[in-house]
Write a protein that binds this ligand. Structure first.
Ligand code: PMP
Ligand code: GLN
Length: 400
């Protein structure tokens, strides 16, 4: 028997972000590939972490997270969304949203359960579904609007294309059991509208789905409002909401995340999570509790600053000749390289560091349908303005 990666993980290889960051480092290129800010989050939060580290304890936290952070997560959900959560039964602190999503899938899915998500999708969903024994089913969000096709969602949930209603739930071909949603959305920058979310909620109720909603960009919706799926009628009892300090506070390296939801579903997450990492980042949990309690101005200033950077990058991409799909939220903008005569975004991205010293990520890696994102490239704008300007001027050089 060859000693190799298990079949369910074969094909996942190295994440595109690691690959592109390595390429950027090697070529000394500007990294607009991986979504991390090049300036760290608020000084007072860094100081709170450093004080907590020195003061201790630096030992295991309770498995569900420190009481302080769980209370802060509850207060944040009440303050921004009017949600009422119990800190002891409805909150699970995780090692980033990544662990939250994986633990939710591992905790909820039975082998063979169909899990529906929209594509393009954030890469960890596919791996999380595979690790949990689920079967992925996708619904396309098509450029340029990335609008919701609710009948396509219904058909995917029913499993029309793979055996339909006659098949049983659990054999990979029957009706789905879980929906994974992400808004604001990576990589498209789409912020699902309230009407779209209401339509999605209706499908979830009709088919008794568990929804896992990834809201890591919850404070970074520039156009339109961010509506947590869990706040819609009949959704609180079936939704696990995942978030993280990484994007909101520009602290992606801390990997402090959390999951909230009804007690039974949070118990499912906690059961899986305790055997993944049990707990993590004690002193950082203290600092993230402080961050969640920052005043409203912090959140609006951070959002407005990023909106300016979005506009700067999009203007720069357009000046460089790339048709740009201006994102409504999040960290990323998509440029269509077909407008500069390219027909393969993946080949374009592989060559780009050497051609002009910039790194982007091909959207095709987030898609099951090879045609969906073939000429689309994702660029991160969570970078300093001078870095964005330099990248844009290098890209403009491509036109010769
Ligand atoms: N979900 C989405 C949509 C993301 O873009 C990211 C990347 N930050 C994550 C989850 C992972 O978050 P974390 O770094 O907190 O694990
Ligand atoms: N979320 C980040 C992105 O989309 C990357 C996170 C990672 O490297 N795993 O670029």
């Amino acid at each position: 028997m060859p000693h190799e990666t298990a079949a369910r993980l074969r094909g996942f290889g190295t994440t595109i972000f690691a690959e592109m960051t390595a390429l950027a480092t090697e070529a000394g290129a500007i990294n607009l590939g991986q979504g991390f800010p090049d300036e760290d989050g608020p000084r007072e939060i860094l100081e709170a972490a450093s004080e907590a580290l020195l003061a201790g304890p630096n030992q295991y936290t309770p498995g569900r997270g420190t009481p302080e952070l769980r209370a802060a997560v509850v207060a944040h959900a009440a303050r921004w969304y009017g949600r009422e959560l119990d800190p002891d039964t409805q909150v699970q602190v995780t090692v980033g949203a990544t662990e939250g999503i994986a633990a939710a899938l591992l905790g909820v899915c039975e082998p063979g359960d169909a899990v529906v998500t929209f594509e393009p999708y954030y890469d960890s969903y596919a791996a999380g579904i595979a690790m949990s024994g689920g079967v992925r089913r996708t619904v396309a969000l098509r450029p340029p609007s990335f609008g919701l096709d609710v009948e396509a969602l219904r058909a995917a949930v029913r499993g029309d294309a793979v055996g339909g209603r006659s098949a049983r739930r659990g054999d990979g071909a029957g009706p789905a059991r879980v929906l994974v949603l992400n808004s604001p959305h990576n990589p498209t920058g789409k912020v699902f509208t309230r009407a779209e979310l209401e339509a999605i909620a209706e499908v979830c109720r009709e088919h008794d789905l568990v929804a896992i909603c990834d809201e890591v960009y919850e404070h970074l919706a520039f156009d339109g409002e961010h509506v947590p799926l869990a706040t819609l009628p009949g959704m609180a009892e079936r939704t696990l909401t995942v978030s993280s300090a990484g994007k909101t506070f520009a602290l992606t390296g801390w990997k402090v995340g959390w999951v909230t939801g009804p007690p039974a579903l949070v118990t499912a997450v906690a059961t899986a999570k305790q055997f993944l990492t049990f707990s993590g980042h004690g002193p950082l949990q203290h600092a993230v509790a402080r961050a969640l309690a920052l005043d409203d101005a912090y959140f609006s200033v951070a959002r407005d600053r990023l909106r300016t950077r979005r506009d700067r990058l999009c203007d720069g991409l357009e000046a460089a000749g790339l048709t740009t799909l201006r994102p409504e939220g999040g960290y990323f903008a998509i440029g269509d390289v077909a407008s500069i005569g390219e027909d393969d975004g993946a080949a374009f991205c592989r060559a780009l560091p050497a051609r002009c010293g910039v790194v982007g990520v091909p959207v095709s890696v987030f898609c099951d349908d090879p045609d969906l994102g073939r000429t689309l490239v994702r660029f991160a704008y969570c970078k300093r303005e001078d870095v964005i300007d330099e990248a844009a001027s290098r890209l403009a050089g491509l036109r010769g």
